[in-house]
Design a protein around this ligand. Structure first.
Ligand code: PLP
Length: 372
């Protein structure tokens, strides 16, 4: 392995996780093996896999820690939460990812953890609360309201009082922010989203600089069995190689669409930290490299939002996000998202031409006029 740490992220995305020996395949191929001949490093397929290691190496270099891959984002989150001692008090975003909230609620109802929701965009409230908990779960930008938490300050404060901090970096990716460099104990990912990037796999990862935690995560993955698939890790590393280029385009398209949506008469509100008028713009500007490619906009009500989604021809109505395809989701329809405005549509901006996307949105918005 050549020393990777000094290259730019775009270079690391391409060059990390390769085998450097003469005659080796340029990229680590998928190794399909449930078991290995005696005398080697791995032994059994649940203990490790060269394809997982290649993916983990690349993601670890990009986030600035050691990565451990899991079968899904939820597998990564569940295993991370399993590291907390019984009775640990956990502060978490009131609008955290649905699956995270459901898991935290279950762990609380089982008496395993005590949980407390908080608006993570309210820095003072978080700083007041952080001394009274054992762990801090963070997401930024938040889903689907696109709030921005002041991660550098919050993570520093958590460190000062010895509180374990976890950042779900799925929306931002390491190309937009690297929470470990601000002192986060752990970063988790749903690699299903931007890292995989093509809506064809499920995968998760945990990244940390703490070698004891890293080893414990591997032990738990081995024992609990939430191991990643070979093909999934292969495809995710393939996706990671092009993520900086995809993200650059997706972010710039998101910025254009956010501006045009914000100027449209049928749109009540646009939430995108890249908009100069967004309440979190300054904060995002100071701590993020770009603003991500997720945005949300509101039309009059749920019926209007559904009519709009039904009138779209190019943009796909579906949950999930982060793929090359632009997708749209009315979040309020999901149980557990009752606090989201009913007419809010979350847009995951993909790689289609910006003018085609705008034509689709404008055409669908015009239908709201016609039927109003
Ligand atoms: C999708 C998602 C998850 C869960 O990941 P899966 O790969 O679906 O298990 C966790 N966090 C965020 C922010 C997500 O968007």
């Amino acid at each position: 392995m050549v020393e990777m740490r000094d290259y730019h992220p775009e270079t690391l995305a391409v060059a990390a996780g390769r085998v450097e020996s003469p005659g080796a395949p340029l990229n680590v191929p998928p190794t399909f093996a449930s078991t290995y001949r005696d005398g080697g490093a791995i032994g059994y397929g649940r203990w490790g896999n060269p394809t997982w290691s290649a993916f983990e190496e690349a993601l670890g270099v990009l986030e600035g820690g050691d990565a451990v891959a899991f079968s899904s984002g939820q597998g990564a989150i569940a295993t991370t939460l399993s590291l907390l001692p019984p009775g640990a008090r956990v502060l978490y975003p009131v609008d955290a990812y649905l699956g995270t909230r459901a898991l935290l609620s279950r762990l609380e109802s089982e008496g395993r953890l005590t949980i407390r929701p908080i608006d993570v965009t309210d820095t003072d409230a978080v700083l007041d609360a952080v001394g009274h908990v054992d762990a801090l779960w963070l997401e930024s930008p938040t889903n689907p309201l696109l709030g921005v938490a002041e991660l550098p300050r919050i993570l520093t404060a958590a460190n000062d009082v010895g509180v374990v901090s976890v950042v779900d970096n799925t929306f931002a990716t390491p190309f937009v922010q690297r929470p470990l460099t601000w002192g986060a104990t752990i970063v988790v990912h749903s690699a299903t989203k931007y890292i995989g990037g093509h809506s064809d796999l499920l995968l998760g990862a945990v990244v940390t600089r703490d070698s004891q935690r890293r080893d414990e995560l591997v032990r738990r993955r081995t024992l609990d069995g939430a191991i990643p698939g070979t093909m999934e890790t292969y495809l995710a590393l393939r996706g990671l190689r092009t993520l900086p280029v995809r993200l650059a385009r997706q972010q710039s398209t998101a910025g254009v669409l956010a501006t045009r949506l914000s100027e449209h008469a049928r749109v009540m509100r646009v939430r995108y930290p890249g908009l100069a008028t967004d309440p979190h713009h300054g904060r995002a500007l100071s701590q993020m490299k770009g603003f991500g490619a997720m945005l949300a906009f509101e039309v009059a009500d749920a019926a209007a939002a559904d009519r709009l989604t039904g009138a779209l021809e190019l943009i796909v109505g579906t949950t999930s996000l982060g793929g090359v395809e632009t997708t749209i989701d009315r979040r309020h329809r999901w149980p557990g998202e009752e606090n989201v405005p009913p007419g809010l549509l979350r847009l995951s901006v993909g790689l289609e031409h910006v003018d085609d996307l705008w034509m689709d949105l404008e055409g669908a918005l015009a239908q709201l006029d016609a039927r109003a």
